[in-house]
Every structure is written in C-alpha cells, then in structure tokens.
Ligand binder design. Structure first.
Ligand code: GLN
Length: 188
C-alpha cells in the first residue's frame, strides 16, 4: 500500500477519539471520525480507540455494524488501542467476550488491576497512559514485539495491523512514535 496522505478512520462510537486528530495530521495522515458502514468504506486504515470494549461491542451490535467492520478489518490495516486491542484479539479473557479475531494474541482484560492502578510512563520517548489496560498473552510467533514492559509485550505488530495496551494519543508531543509508525507504513 502506498498512499501519500492516508485517511485514518477513528471508530467514534465511544472512548478517546478526538485526541488522535493532531497525531494523525502531524504524521501526514487525514483524521476522520467514522461510525457508519458508508464511512468505513471511505477510509484507508482504522484506529480502534481506547475506551470500554463492552460498551463498544453493544453499540456495534445495536447499530448493526459488525459485518461491515469485519469486512473492512480484513481488507485494511487496523490499530487497536487498549479496548480497541481487546476487540481485535483472537481470544479475550477475564471475562471472555466476542472479538473480531484479527490479531493472533490472547488478551486479559484489566490485567493491571483497577482504575487506581492506572499510570503514565514513557515508551520510545513518548508519555503514554495505561488506563485499565489489558495484558497481552499467548502471542503467536509471527507477531513482532515493538515494546515491552515488566508484564510482557505492550506494543505489537502483525503484518499491517498493530495493537498497543496503552494510550499514546494523550501526549501533546505530536506525532507519537506509534502514530508515526502506523501512518508511515501506509505511505511507504
Ligand atoms: N478496561 C477496558 C476494557 O476492558 C479498556 C480500557 C481502555 O481502553 N483504556 O475494555
């Protein structure tokens, strides 16, 4: 895929959406919020933002968006952040829930504990936030680990798809290295 200015659709049903705008634009992409099947077909790649995966699943089902999202995720690059990574995983635990099965990983929801256990840290020089984050377990051998912490991998790439357990979009230093890599790989 080689696009000079890829349009990145950030799924805007729930969660942290708008803060991606400055990072996407600074990395040379176009920021577009998407919530309908027609809008999904118009973008080059997706970000599934952090938020609450159970709420997102309910909204996806209520609005009848599952099939069109599934088709789009199989056709275009997608980056899942925190709740977004839970939606993309092959298997979800603690508790088990439905997912798109795009990434060959298992995730354990709320693997770091409760809201009080949320924290900020630095990854690749970027201030990132772990907010009731999942822990990535059972990662397939062909998954590339881009960053890890004491629990294991926290930023991974599989083909054109990516997942991060943390939120980089809350940083005011734009673009984050994660947005840069995702968008540069579309432009390369
Ligand atoms: N704990 C949330 C979930 O299970 C994810 C939190 C987040 O995306 N920051 O969906």
């Amino acid at each position: 895929m080689s696009l000079s200015k890829p349009v990145i659709g950030v799924l805007a049903l729930q969660g942290c959406v708008d803060r991606h705008g400055p990072h996407i634009e600074a990395a040379g992409g176009v920021f577009k919020t998407v919530k309908t099947a027609a809008q999904f077909d118009e973008v080059d790649a997706f970000i599934l933002p952090g938020g609450e995966s159970t709420t997102m699943l309910k909204l996806i089902d209520n609005f009848g968006l599952w099939k069109s999202l599934e088709r789009n995720f199989r056709a275009k690059p997608v980056w899942g952040i925190c709740a977004g990574s839970i939606l993309l995983a092959e298997k979800v635990e603690n508790p088990a829930q439905k997912s798109f099965g795009i990434l060959p990983i298992t995730v354990q929801r709320n693997g770091y504990g409760r809201q009080l256990d949320s924290y900020k840290t630095e990854i690749e020089g970027c201030e990132v936030s772990f907010i009731r984050a999942p822990v990535f377990t059972d990662i397939a051998a062909n998954v590339e680990v881009l960053a890890k912490n004491e629990t294991g991998p926290v930023w991974i790439r599989h083909g054109r798809n990516m997942a991060s357990a943390f939120h980089p979009e809350l940083s005011f230093d734009t673009p984050s290295p994660m947005h840069r890599l995702f968008i540069e790989s579309l432009r390369a």
